[in-house]
Ligand binder design. Structure first.
Ligand code: 6CS
Ligand code: FE
Length: 299
């Protein structure tokens, strides 16, 4: 792969004061090839094409049980109640996410280095990788609230200084994802279009954006155009399924009014060749537990 990343120029301007545009992404989605890891050539083509891949039975039923116990331990840990890594629901106050879980749990640290994840992340990104962000997400029954449409890369570029969309997320379901319990919706193929967003980033935006994102979201007109062009798909499947998705894919989720809770482990791998710089669209960088600057390659 010959594409390189120049971290000094802003190829993806956003958080504009005037109307935004849609930029065609030049950077590839898949940086490695079939010889480099577990995905075969057809799987890599499909991933490049759609921007995501769903793998059922990614982890075993026993592992689902073990990680669920780990999630419950972290969510009910009294010593973490006031920890900055714990994000609670705006209205109900229930735990919504816990960040930087590889530092809170040896089991999750080991999972981030497990060849099933690491070999795929390295293959997709064509280099050594490190953890940009990790979290566990809980969406309780009845009260779980979703996230409006967004591209993760737009936030990571603007608020964290990630130069290029050379990052990939792996979300492992620990409960069944039905079409109706607030599962992630994605627009297949949307990862090749970068939608510029309007509105300056407020100071300390992350204090509220991780509960409800209001800045760095496309206009309704842009979302309409994208939905018409790409359609909307959804990540459904049994516990133990994994969703691998590109950092720039347009995605969001609805609220969960069913009794069926939804929880998952979420790990973002970034290429060591795409290290964070100064934020491109915010006055200061977000803290380390949301956007790591430690690029030590995972082994
Ligand atoms: O802020 C982040 O890093 C992640 N959270 C939200 C709500 N949007 C962007 C990204 O997915
Ligand atoms: Fe997201």
């Amino acid at each position: 792969m010959t594409a390189t990343i120049d971290p000094t120029t802003d190829l993806y301007p956003t958080r504009l004061s005037g109307p935004g545009a849609m930029i065609q992404r030049e950077h590839p989605t898949v940086w490695g090839s079939a010889e480099d890891g577990p995905f075969d050539a057809a799987a890599l083509r499909a991933h490049e094409d759609r921007g995501f891949t769903i793998l059922e039975d990614f982890i075993s039923g026993q592992e689902v049980e073990a990680y669920t116990a780990e999630l419950n331990r972290l969510a009910s840990d009294e010593s973490l109640k006031s920890d900055h890594r714990v994000v609670t629901e705006k209205v109900s106050g229930e735990v919504r996410s816990v960040f930087e879980v590889q530092k809170l749990s040896e089991k999750l640290d080991a999972l981030s280095r497990d060849p099933r994840l690491l070999d795929r992340a390295r293959q997709l990104l064509g280099s050594d990788v490190y953890l940009h962000q990790t979290r566990i997400n809980f969406m309780p029954g009845f009260k779980g609230t979703g996230f409006y449409w967004h591209s993760d890369f737009e936030t990571w570029h603007a608020e964290d200084g990630m130069p290029a969309p050379r990052a990939v997320s792996c979300s492992i379901a620990l409960t069944r994802n039905y079409p109706f319990n607030g599962g992630l919706m994605v627009m297949p193929g949307s990862h090749r279009t970068y939608v510029q967003c309007v509105g300056e980033t407020p100071e300390n935006n992350h204090a509220s954006s991780l509960k409800e994102q209001k800045i760095g979201v496309p206009s309704e007109d842009d979302i309409t155009q994208m939905a018409e062009e790409f359609g909307v798909d959804q990540f459904t499947g049994p516990a133990g399924s994994a969703l691998w998705f590109d950092s720039n894919i347009m995605h969001g989720s609805g609220n969960n009014i069913t009794p069926f809770p939804r929880s998952n482990i979420f790990m973002v791998f970034n290429s060591v060749e795409n290290a964070l710089t100064e934020p491109f669209g915010a006055s200061s960088a977000r803290p380390e537990h949301i956007a790591s600057r430690d690029t030590t390659p995972l082994r």
